[in-house]
Design a protein around this ligand. Sequence first.
Ligand code: UD1
Length: 343
Amino acid sequence: MKQLVLVTGGTGYIGSHTAVELQQSGYDVVIVDNLSNSNIEVLDGIEKITGIRPAFEQFDLCDTDKVTSFFKSYSGLQAIIHFAAFKAVGESVEKPLMYYRNNLVSLMNLLQHMDQYQVPHLVFSSSCTVYGQPEELPVTEKAPILPAESPYGNTKQISEEIIRDTLKARPNLHSIALRYFNPIGAHPSALIGELPRGIPNNLVPFVTQTAAGLREELKVFGNDYPTPDGSAIRDYINVVDLARAHVVAIEHMLNNKQHRNFEFFNLGTGKGTSVLEIVKTFEKVTGVPLKYRIVGRRSGDIIQVWADTRLANEELGWKAERSLEETLLSAWNWEKHLRNITD
Ligand code: UD1
């Protein structure tokens, strides 16, 4: 019998790609999402890719009664991948309580029900934001966790602490926190991808929307950083590579390969790329010229970060495989699909 995995936030960007990878690896998937930042049509995209429509339940994970009914009806759950959370840094500064309530209550509800209903395995979506600006690069999992720059970042730190403390008291539960660097790109089929609401905050959606003519120009935030070309550096990881890591994390736990019942891993490529390199590479692989202008630094931005990926490579046997070129092309193909752009 197929093993059943709950994907919370499964109609979102990383969640939908993970649902696809899980199905293609032989798992049954049930998605829970309140559709606060995603569309139901994402299920069609998943079904077109895999031939299987995942089970879907629309409710808010902060609603404890609904969570209880869900756990009662899906008794065969083996594992949970918890993506459902708010993630806009700026908004979290404006509405901190909304972020703390949504991101923390949903996690606590899940942990409580995992314990009650004997669902032993949890993969948690964390972020490299927990490291702030690390002193040493590439950043390893041993780097100190710095005070968070935003309520959003703080919810990731606090969530990791909630999991750690809960698992100390409940050794029967297991969890892996995956600290993502900068996920970009889309499924190669161009049937699912990122769907930012309103004006994108993140670099690559802004790049593709500018190339598609939706935005006047890309603003490059700063060219006076102490980096080779002066623009800020990040570790951009293909979303399918990232999704695949979640399947591997589930297998790591299901096969009892954990050394401790709470582990965390950096998920990146190990390579840093500057904003200007993203612009140049995008133009090269798509042939589309990108209008951009250098402006001042964005407040709260760090200078540079990229991952030391050895722990994930060695312990999980996972490695990012897709190149920046194919990843940026996949992001462009997805944007073209959304806007009905033909060559
Ligand atoms: C941002 C968040 C981070 C969050 C992540 C989720 C901030 C300060 N950080 O990370 O907490 O976990 O998104 O995906 O918001 N850039 C431009 N022009 C743009 C947009 C971005 O030059 O229009 C630059 C940024 O200054 C940065 C790089 O591109 O140097 C990447 O930006 P972004 O995609 O927003 O990611 P992060 O800032 O790394």
